[in-house]
Write a protein that binds this ligand. Structure first.
Ligand code: PGA
Length: 264
């Protein structure tokens, strides 16, 4: 059975104390769900203390970034190796990292490989900018970002990757105030699966977990998760508010149990 995956990306918000408080509030509101996997992505600094505080039956943790070398003279970096046993997931290729920190396709490819090598599930974020969308380049961007990032993995390793489709123009950071239209999401997700199918076969394309992120809010959850091939959500701003984030989890749970298609 596929579980719905919901990852709250806290970005560079909340210190250790505030992070701990948010987890406590979420824990009071979110019950243990077998069908919804809830992942929190706090700052790197808060990851370790939270890893000791969270109820692992309710929450898993994701790092927002890491460096691909295991150790060495890379001042200021934290490696995937150091995150072993602390983070279950790691976001890779988020548009803020691509745009603000100039992360290119090669670096992202190395990071995906390092995550797999260290038994941490990579959440590969891909998506087109407003300019690329307007220039009719969405399909090419998705293709390039996906294929280059996965280039060093075997088919079995690709099976462990989560792909997050995050159209940059719809992310709150870049001015988005509502999610992409269902048609846009469906089209992008089917492109992602068909690229995987072409390269690695039908089964892998079917099994791959593909989630959607960008301006996710509780009122959009059932529409997005009701789309064919969408296995979860990656809210950013909405994950910082305990009432809103728990409403997203609750809406996903209710949607799942009223729409048996998604339980397949
Ligand atoms: P948003 O961010 O939900 O605030 O648009 C999503 C993301 O950047 O992952």
């Amino acid at each position: 059975m596929k579980r719905i995956l919901i990852i709250g990306n806290w970005k560079m918000n909340l210190n250790i104390h505030e992070s701990s408080l948010l987890v406590k509030r979420l824990s009071d509101r979110i019950p243990i769900h077998r069908s919804v996997e809830v992942v929190l992505a706090p700052s790197l600094l808060a990851l370790q203390p939270l890893s000791r505080e969270i109820d692992r039956r309710k929450f898993k943790l994701a790092a927002q970034n890491a460096y691909y070398r295991d150790e060495g003279a890379y001042t200021g970096e934290v490696s995937f190796t150091m995150l072993r046993g602390i983070a279950d997931y790691v976001l890779i290729g988020h548009s803020e990292r691509r745009i603000y920190f100039n992360e290119g396709l090669d670096l992202i490819c190395n990071k995906v490989e390092a995550a797999i090598r260290n038994d941490i599930t990579p959440v590969l974020c891909i998506g087109e900018t407003k300019q690329e969308r307007e220039g009719g380049e969405t399909k090419r961007v998705i293709h390039d970002q996906l294929t280059t990032a996965l280039a060093n993995l075997t088919a079995e390793e690709i099976d462990q990757v989560v792909v997050a489709y995050e159209p940059v123009w719809a992310i709150s950071t870049f001015g988005g105030d509502s999610p992409a239209k269902p048609d846009d999401i469906s089209t992008a997700v089917s492109w992602i699966r068909s690229i995987i199918e072409e390269l690695y076969g039908k089964q892998l394309a079917k099994d791959l977990r593909v989630i959607y992120g960008a301006s996710v809010a509780p009122e959009f959850v059932s529409n997005i998760l009701g789309l064919e091939g969408v296995d979860g959500l990656l809210p950013g701003a909405a994950s910082l508010n305990y009432a809103t984030f728990s409403a997203i989890v609750d809406a996903a749970y209710r949607m799942l149990h009223t729409n048996p298609k998604s339980l397949k």
